[in-house]
Design a protein around this ligand. Structure first.
Ligand code: ZN
Length: 509
């Protein structure tokens, strides 16, 4: 047995996981609702086959052989990294009791269904027992995976292996210290926009065409991609050769579809930029989440969606450069406003109830609130039954607004109903990393700022491809940060970016 045999075995696992993913994409975009039950059976069968394939004794024998063969490789070699990561996740997966895995799988669709109804009916009490079951499973998983300090560490490991509860508390402390005073100043200086651009209708086909044109300017390759509609926008890849995005449309408010498209484009650029040599290897698999992905962690992935959506797509230069194209698609709607107005309109800061609609300044406060609650639930200092009250108190403290119903409060996100404890920090880590990466790119590439001034994104994309995208999952998020910036995750560059952008927008002294 050789490394090539190991690789062939992992390639089959990639094929199974990619087939699962395309069935999921279809279910979320194209499938008639009548197909749900049989699709569930198809997914369950394929998932079981993939799991059996991975935790088999054959994997163990192939790993042993591959380890001997790559032992003398350089520490950064893709082969060595592929073997090391497979070994690490193989032992974790074997530690997870089979009844835990099947209990989780069985609870997920039921719990998500109850959550959707509870949210619709504003009935937290109905959802509470299911949330309790998810919490109990999460605690069991944390014990099985193992941790040193906090059960949260074992859960966040699945999404963001480089952070722990202790590290997150420090990061959140720094962020709050910068964000809360900035938000107060902005709120005090807020004044409504003097024109209402959103009273017009923006035909959906033109919204799609404008969004796709911008995505392609950023570098999204439509020969290896496509854009469809989904109620919750997402990006999904089935190898770097087929990377798809979705968005949703509001007839009056075109920024919803545009920024949904640009956000998912950022994710897609990452996936399309993976080195072709990594296709169907262990470095394009999330072994714990059990899906194929080229990006190295939730946070690293989110750093790219946020960078392209916000730091590029919501920049003044973006609207100066592409204002004419917007007018081209919407000559009757976009009148009596200039690029500066658009820039201000898409960056309005307003403390609000709903995370997915939050602006750049308030977004991370929504995340911190959720992560603090998760940590409290896991350590036992918070109880499920008290969550609506705790949620509302934290909303008041951080954002100064209190939801009138639990539907727009504690019930708003799907994550907990699916057992996704530990996934929220990725959003904030992504925001922080995006500023660190962009600063490094500006430092390394002399023509980068000139390019952005002109709407030429090739210099930026080239740097990101070279330093981040091509490596797939070979390096962890903190290794990528070290290689690109010489330091670990830290919030100062991100806070400086927000301070500068919003002090200018809101004319703060
Ligand atoms: Zn995203």
């Amino acid at each position: 047995m050789t490394y090539a045999d190991f690789q062939a075995h992992i390639a089959e696992l990639n094929d199974l996981l990619n087939a699962i993913s395309i069935l999921k994409w279809d279910a979320r975009t194209m499938m008639p609702s009548g197909g749900a039950e049989t699709r569930g059976q198809q997914l369950a069968t394929l998932s079981r086959l993939a799991q059996e394939h991975f935790i088999s004794d054959k994997t163990a024998r192939l790993l042993d052989a591959a380890e001997r063969e790559v032992a003398a490789d350089e520490p950064d070699s893709y082969r060595l990294r592929a073997v090391q990561q497979t070994r690490q996740y193989y032992s974790i997966s074997r530690r997870l009791p089979l009844d835990l895995v099947s209990d989780k799988a069985a609870l997920e669709p039921v719990s998500e269904g109850v959550w959707a109804e509870s949210k619709r009916d504003n009935d937290f009490k109905r959802f509470a027992p299911y949330l309790q079951q998810q919490l109990d499973l999460a605690k069991r998983q944390a014990e099985a995976v193992g941790y040193q300090e906090h059960p949260f560490d074992a859960l966040v490991f699945e999404y963001e292996p480089s952070v722990t509860a202790a590290k997150l508390k420090l990061i959140f402390g720094d962020l709050k210290a910068g964000l809360l005073p900035l938000l107060q100043k902005i709120v005090a200086n807020d004044r409504p926009l003097e024109r209402d651009l959103w009273r017009h209708e923006y035909p959906l086909d033109k919204q799609k065409a404008f969004g796709l044109e911008m995505a392609q300017r950023f570098g999204y390759d439509l020969k290896r991609g496509r854009l469809d509609i989904a109620p919750h926008p997402f990006e999904i890849s089935f190898t770097r050769q087929d990377v798809r995005i979705t968005t949703r449309y509001d007839l009056h408010y075109f920024p919803q579809a545009l920024y949904g498209t640009l956000h998912e484009t950022g994710h897609a650029l990452y996936e399309q930029g993976v080195d072709p040599a990594l296709t169907r290897t262990a470095l394009t698999i999330d072994f714990l989440g059990k899906y194929p992905v080229g990006g190295t962690s939730y946070g690293a992935h989110e750093s790219q969606s946020r960078l392209w959506e916000n730091q590029i797509g919501r920049s003044r230069e973006f609207w100066v450069n592409h204002y004419d194209r917007l007018r081209h698609y919407f000559p009757e709607q976009v009148t009596e406003v200039d690029p500066e107005f658009l820039y201000r309109a898409v960056n309005r800061v307003r403390p609000s109830l709903i995370r997915v609609e939050a602006d750049e300044v308030t977004y991370n406060l929504h995340i911190m609130l959720r992560v603090e609650i998760e940590m409290g639930l896991l350590e036992g200092s918070l109880q499920v039954k008290d969550l609506p009250e705790i949620w509302n108190a934290k909303m008041k403290e951080y954002l100064g607004v209190v939801p009138k119903t639990d539907s727009e409060g504690v019930l708003q996100d799907i994550h907990w109903s699916g057992g996704g404890f530990g996934s929220f920090p990725g959003y904030t880590i992504g925001n922080i990393m995006s500023a660190q990466f962009l600063n490094a790119a500006r430092r390394d590439v002399s023509g980068l700022n000139d390019g952005l001034e002109r709407g030429d994104y090739a210099p930026l994309l080239g740097w990101l491809q070279q330093n981040i995208y091509r490596h797939g999952r070979a390096f962890s998020a903190s290794e990528l940060l070290q290689r690109c910036t010489g330091s670990d995750l830290h919030v100062a560059p991100y806070l400086a970016y927000l301070e500068q952008k919003f002090s200018d927008l809101y004319r703060l002294s």
